[in-house]
Design a protein around this ligand. Structure first.
Ligand SMILES: Nc1nc2c(ncn2[C@@H]2O[C@H](COP(=O)(O)OP(=O)(O)OP(=O)(O)O)[C@@H](O)[C@H]2O)c(=O)[nH]1
Ligand SMILES: [K+]
Ligand SMILES: [Mg+2]
Length: 436
């Protein structure tokens, strides 16, 4: 795979369609337009042209053609777009023609975006935002992904990184001047004050897990004794016949997941095997999976049937008690909600309750961190700052404190893919006037 190849790909999905969009990026883009359309249109102006085979000159299709010269294009390279008719034979003919051109080849997965990143058109957090937009299943996920693509995470991390590098610059300045005397006391006070400020902001971002929950979906596990009505409730919430329902206790053995959209928030509802002691090996496995899922869940709905006083709920982070078969039992004081999934009674109340739970656990996309990767990088940055601070306060070697601060900046830089420290330091130093 060469990065100076010209790449092309269908960007509009597979299968027969009215229109098919072919994206082209790389140095041959202009030559391709010349060879296939007989000219190059004005930049970023859509024109209709006859597409021809570059070797035989045979007409292949009528297409809408765009020329987007670099560096102002998505990838930063010269780019062209061919909006052709979406018939299978038409696509195949145009792709074949493109393959026949020297130094042109089909793009690998994600290669356009990779080039955009390598050419500085977007940072890593924006690349992830773009991926999340394509994967977004609910309104709140879409909004969060848009904010990330727009640079919310990238801007926040760049600000933190710049502040950390300012601390580093102050430390290095102190190092440079330490043979002329001690680190001025007011400078040390200033450094500690800055570290405290950055730590507090990063700490606040780390404390908020709603972004990751929103990106991944909230996991709600239905648990309870056999025949509590778990599968019936799953089917009612999913509004389709997903799980087998029967009066036989121990019907469900596997873990069954359904993705739902609750008021714009993504919720994964998980049906599990009824919890009981069983001699059946398969059922035992189902029960142990059910317990494991309940333990990891954001929320467990513990289902209590009319005769369900005997069994105890599994350990869970958060648990709601739901009295089931409300058509067969009166309101239970020991339950938070009553529902009869078979008749639909109480279902709107349960859904409203779930929406409220989801909203309080996920917010509406106000978190900065949306992935484990961000959390790990920020966590490392935070820890390094804690060590640097301890070293400064404990009068440890200034060089080591500076090294910790440098580590912190690098860790934060991983979020956007900007890990260069020296050039930013140079820029910062040039604006300083300590002992100049
Ligand atoms: N009357 C009434 N019966 C219900 C209701 N919900 C479920 N049932 C019945 O209860 C029985 C068990 O329902 P399931 O949904 O299979 O229960 P489960 O908890 O998934 O059972 P296991 O998978 O075996 O643990 C079935 O015969 C259902 O028709 C309800 O709201 N009212
Ligand atoms: K059952
Ligand atoms: Mg079941």
């Amino acid at each position: 795979m060469r990065s100076d190849d010209t790449i092309f790909a269908i960007a509009s999905g597979q299968g027969r369609a009215a229109v098919c969009l072919i994206r082209i990026s790389g140095p041959e883009s202009r030559a391709i337009l010349q060879a296939m359309t007989g000219g190059v249109p004005a930049a970023r102006r859509a024109v209709v042209r006859t597409l021809r085979d570059p070797v035989s000159g045979e007409p292949l299709d009528q297409a809408l053609v765009l020329w987007m010269p670099g560096p102002g294009s998505f990838t930063g390279e010269d780019q062209a777009e061919l909006h052709i008719h979406g018939g299978l034979a038409t696509r195949a003919a145009v792709l074949r023609a493109l393959s026949s051109i020297a130094n042109c080849r089909p793009a690998e997965a994600g290669e356009f975006t990779r080039r955009a990143f390598l050419n500085g058109r977007m940072d890593l957090s924006q690349v992830e935002g773009l991926a999340d937009i394509i994967d977004a299943e609910t309104e709140a996920q879409r909004r969060q992904a848009m904010l990330q693509l727009g640079g919310r995470l990238g801007n926040a991390t760049e600000e933190w990184r710049e502040s950390i590098l300012r601390v580093l610059a102050l430390l290095e300045a102190s190092l440079d001047f330490s043979d002329e005397g001690d680190v001025p006391e007011d400078l040390e006070v200033e450094i500690l004050r800055m570290i405290d400020g950055i730590q507090e902001e990063i700490g606040r971002a780390l404390a908020n897990r709603s972004g990751e929950r929103l990106r991944e979906g909230l996991t709600v596990v239905l648990a309870g004794p056999p025949n509590a009505g778990k599968s019936t409730l799953l089917n009612a919430l999913a509004r389709r016949d997903v799980a087998i329902v029967s009066p036989i206790a121990g019907t469900t053995r596997d873990v069954i997941e359904v993705h739902c959209d609750l008021g714009g928030l993504p919720v994964i509802i998980v049906d599990t095997a009824g919890l009981r002691e069983s001699a059946d090996l398969i059922e035992q496995e189902g029960v142990s999976r059910a317990r494991a899922r309940a333990q990891d869940a954001d929320l467990v709905l513990w289902l209590v049937p009319p005769d369900g006083e005997g069994s105890a709920p599994p350990p869970a982070r958060r648990l709601l008690k739901v009295g089931t078969k409300a058509d067969l039992q009166p309101f239970r004081q020991d339950c938070d909600v009553m529902v009869a999934a078979a008749t639909g009674e109480g279902l709107p109340e349960l859904i409203a309750r779930l929406e409220a739970e989801a909203a309080s656990l996920m917010g509406q996309g106000d978190a900065v961190i949306t992935r484990e990767r961000h959390r790990k990088a920020l966590g490392r940055a935070h820890e390094a700052l804690v060590r640097a601070r301890a070293m400064l306060v404990g009068r440890g070697p200034l060089e080591l404190a500076a090294e910790e601060v440098r580590l912190s900046a690098r860790a934060i830089g991983e979020i956007t893919g900007r890990v260069d420290v020296e050039d930013v330091l140079d820029r910062l130093f040039s604006s300083f006037c300590i002992g100049k």
